[in-house]
Write a protein that binds this ligand. Structure first.
Ligand code: 13P
Ligand code: SF4
Length: 330
């Protein structure tokens, strides 16, 4: 079958037809199939622009939980598609390239995490949404970077907590809440590479610039930031703050929305430490292209499937997160 061949070719699929308006055709297919396109802020600008909804991990999960579309096309990484499928088991959930995984989710294999949990009896297990469905299945409550602090603080001060998989986010939450959660040793290959030295050099060149950092960055980077938060929180801050220049220490796709939302401000991507690149990109998010999106909608493939037993267990901690977030107005 032709689409099986695409899989071996990195899900590229058939070439975009010549002489048609591809974007209009994508929108037409969405109407015809009652499909909704969701995109994370880290995807390419043109993918964000064609999406019905662009958001951070929390907003994407909330949006999936309330959509009445029959098909969700998740332009993001695999765990986001899985979360949508778990929340909407009767809908068809598509991710245009199943190779779009996540180094952070992969740093926490479900069985090893289950063994870690078993080695710490009596602990509540809090997992970042950047995990596979199987890891969520051994979790008590899921969090995103938008609600991690509030959800941790919703537990009594002396609650024994395991937090995984992001050690940087866990350390940051421990530092601002005074908790001592036991941390899984995982990290995001994009965020842990930001260079403090290069950020300080940029800061010296742009003394009026504010530093924005995602809490997946290492401690020293987070420490010099004027604002630490999820992608949505950093975007909001960049629009509302009076500063006109920002050094942005998160995946560079977010600069697209920042620049669109505040065209008169300057956004400087923070560079990684180990290369000459000016910005830091998530190679997984950038796998989502217009060609793959077009083919994905046309052929309704590749489909996200989640094992029924895993989904049955994983839906509880995801719903718990959504319920706490709704209660807290997040
Ligand atoms: P947020 O969307 O919660 O800011 O997380 C960033 C991220 O790394 C998503 O993979
Ligand atoms: Fe995963 Fe990092 Fe990419 Fe986010 S930026 S999807 S955490 S690898």
């Amino acid at each position: 079958m032709i689409i099986e061949k695409w899989k071996t070719q990195g899900y590229v699929g058939e070439p975009l037809p010549e002489g048609i308006d591809v974007k209009a055709e994508i929108r037409r297919m969405c109407r015809e199939k009652n499909a909704v396109i969701m995109a994370h802020y880290y995807t390419e600008g043109e993918i964000q622009d064609i999406a019905d909804f662009v958001g951070d991990s929390l907003a994407l999960a909330q949006q999936a939980a309330r959509t009445d579309a029959d098909i969700i096309v998740m332009c993001g990484v695999h765990f986001m598609g899985e979360t949508n499928k778990i929340l909407c088991p009767d809908k068809k959930v598509l991710v245009p390239d199943l190779n779009a995984t996540c180094s952070l989710a992969e740093s926490c294999p479900a069985q090893e995490f289950a063994d870690f949990v078993a080695a710490h009896p009596g602990h509540t297990v809090i997992s970042y949404v950047n995990t596979t469905a199987a890891t969520k299945a051994v979790t008590d409550v899921v969090v995103t970077s938008s609600n991690a602090r509030q959800i941790v603080e919703s537990f009594p001060k002396d609650e024994k907590i395991i937090f995984g998989p992001d050690q940087n986010l866990g350390n940051y939450i421990n530092s601002i809440t005074g908790r001592s959660m036991i941390l899984w040793n995982g990290a995001c290959h994009v965020h842990e590479k930001f260079s403090l030295e290069k950020i300080l050099r940029l800061k010296a060149e742009h003394p009026g610039a504010k530093v924005l950092a995602h809490p997946e960055c290492k401690g020293p980077v987070v420490k010099v930031a004027d604002k630490v938060g999820s992608t949505a929180a950093l975007l909001k801050y960049s629009i509302e703050d009076e500063a006109t220049e920002f050094i942005v220490a998160t995946e560079s796709g977010i600069l697209h929305k920042m620049q669109q939302s505040a065209p008169n401000k300057t956004f400087i991507p923070a560079p990684p430490e180990d290369s000459t690149c000016a910005c830091n990109e998530c190679n997984y998010m950038k796998l989502i292209t217009m060609q793959k999106l077009y083919n994905c909608l046309k052929y309704e493939w590749p489909v996200i499937e989640v094992d029924a037993e895993v989904a049955r267990k994983a839906v509880c901690p995801i719903n718990r997160m959504l319920e706490i977030s709704a209660k807290l107005g997040l």
